[in-house]
Design a protein around this ligand. Structure first.
Ligand SMILES: [Fe+2]
Length: 134
């Protein structure tokens, strides 16, 4: 499943939207690295990039929420923690195998791509709306 940024993911907050485009691009690079090379080192490298950018992006989002005094910040932080945990589990899956398996790709689809799209449409749009009104 390709990860593509489309209109349904626009929150209206320019900073968040730009970072989401970058993040989704990194997810797509990971997906592609599983389809083409099937090489473990490439997948690990792509996962490293995704993990680093996720940390950067979540910090920026959480900083914004602190600045605007967002009331649901602790619930939102819990969501981010769950995503970071999913990435950790992907590392573990890769370590146990020769390279990205179909189960690995399925976990990326479900726990990264689908999860993030749902998170953006619900949680991040709520933050952007709060930022506009406060
Ligand atoms: Fe978020």
């Amino acid at each position: 499943m390709q990860a593509i940024f489309d209109e349904s993911l626009v929150t209206g907050n320019e900073l968040i939207d730009e970072q989401h485009k970058e993040l989704i691009g990194k997810i797509n690079d990971l997906v592609k690295s599983c389809e083409t090379g099937k090489e473990k080192t490439t997948a690990v490298k792509m996962l490293d990039y995704l993990s680093d950018y996720t940390d950067f992006h979540f910090s920026a989002e959480e900083k914004l929420q602190e600045e605007i005094g967002y009331s649901q910040i602790s619930e939102h932080k819990e969501q981010h923690k769950a995503f970071i945990q999913a990435i950790k589990e992907l590392y573990e899956m890769l370590q146990e195998e020769e390279g990205p398996t179909p189960a690995f790709v399925a976990a990326v689809d479900k726990n990264v791509t689908e999860w993030l799209f749902k998170h953006i449409k619900g949680f991040d749009k709520a933050v952007a709306e709060y930022a506009r009104n406060n």
